[in-house]
Design a protein around this ligand. Structure first.
Ligand SMILES: NC(=O)c1ccc[n+]([C@@H]2O[C@H](COP(=O)([O-])OP(=O)(O)OC[C@H]3O[C@@H](n4cnc5c(N)ncnc54)[C@H](OP(=O)(O)O)[C@@H]3O)[C@@H](O)[C@H]2O)c1
Length: 323
């Protein structure tokens, strides 16, 4: 294989800590019929990547591989240029600037990525730089919850400063909801900029000490619980979470309420990534959605990037620049 058929990619062959990730030369993938190849310019390191690396929670192995990971390269978000358009698709041409998600096979922590042309991929709106177009992962998880909202609904977002929380505030506002955002002191201005109608500082106030009642309370960072938030819910209100909850309570209660048919507690698994990415592209083009970015790492500092994201203190999105 010649050097031009090789690319740099971050590889992992077993589950474990960030230190097992290694930057290697691997063959450049070739698009199959109906696929496109993207020359990746920017990607992200996010909580889905860190959880998949460690196979946490354990049952996620049912999707990612029981003993060893099915995929060898992580990276769900990508932004780049179409470098080769396979036969049988007319949606993209070589040179098109695109962004999207690779939710099943990952693979974006690499110089090239192949995916179906009818997958979760869309044109980047206007001249938005690649490193500001890697906005899919947090938004997709947020969409599972904000999809429950309609115009005029009241929504409280706990932890509105992470990748999911910053996206949730904007998606909820785009749906016409009234949004209360709960964040720490350093993120008060950010929550205001994102359009929250009221902001509560969890470091100095008790966010449950209010007479306001909500259609949806979203725990976007896995730091509160249904029992704490229950008094905030309207009679038919929904508590949604992105994490297991204390003692797996969100999974347990979600299952019980699901069986009972009320859906009062939910851990929504995001659906329809292709449809979501197109809606996101439209919202970005209309100036109604933007990524919130924390910091950027070069591909060679992948271990540091994973360690930082795992610490759970990032503001919005951490990017990885490939070129
Ligand atoms: N299993 C999976 O595949 C998967 C995938 C995606 C996400 N998730 C889960 O979804 C959650 C959110 O993901 P994310 O990427 O949005 O998180 P993230 O970006 O890592 O969230 C970090 C933010 O949380 C805030 N925060 C930390 N402690 C807080 C607290 N006690 N109360 C309120 N805010 C707090 C931090 O701000 P301050 O320091 O200012 O508080 C920081 O801005 C995580 O729990 C993650 O595990 C799971």
């Amino acid at each position: 294989m010649t050097a031009s058929h090789m690319m740099k990619a971050v590889v992992f062959e077993r589950y474990g800590a960030p230190e097992i990730l290694s930057l290697r030369e691997v063959p450049v993938p070739v698009p199959s019929k109906g696929e496109v190849r993207v020359r990746v310019h920017a990607t992200t390191v996010n909580r889905t990547d860190t959880a998949t690396l460690r196979a946490h929670p354990f049952f996620a192995r049912a999707m990612t591989g029981l003993l060893r990971p099915k995929m060898q390269t992580l990276g769900m978000d990508f932004a780049g240029q179409i470098d080769m358009a396979g036969e049988g698709q007319t949606r993209f041409r070589t040179g098109d600037r695109v962004f999207g998600l690779s939710p099943d096979l990952f693979g974006a922590h690499a110089e090239y990525l192949c995916l179906p042309a009818d997958g979760a991929i869309a044109h980047i709106p206007g001249d938005l730089p690649y490193d500001q177009a890697v906005v899919g992962e947090g938004g997709w998880y947020a969409d599972g919850t904000t999809g429950l909202l309609s115009g005029g609904a009241r929504c409280l977002i706990y932890g509105a400063s992470g990748a999911i929380g910053t996206a949730a505030v904007q998606l909820a506002k785009a749906k016409g909801a009234h949004v209360v955002a709960v964040v720490g002191t350093r993120h008060l201005d950010l929550a205001r900029d994102l359009g929250a109608d009221r902001i509560v500082n969890y470091e100095t106030e008790d966010f449950t000490a209010t007479d306001e009642r909500f259609d949806v309370v979203l725990d976007a960072v896995g730091k509160t619980s249904y029992f704490r938030c229950r008094p905030l819910l309207k009679k038919d209100g929904v508590f949604a979470a992105t994490d297991l909850g204390p003692g797996w309570s969100n999974i347990l209660l979600g299952t019980l309420y699901g069986i009972a048919g009320s859906g009062r507690v939910r851990v929504p698994f995001p659906q329809d990534a292709p449809g979501f990415i197109q809606r996101l592209a439209d919202l970005m083009a209309q100036g109604r959605f933007r990524g919130v970015f924390d910091r950027s790492y070069p591909l060679g500092e992948i271990v540091e990037a994973f360690r930082y994201v795992e610490a759970g203190q990032k503001t919005g999105i951490v990017t990885l620049t490939i070129r």
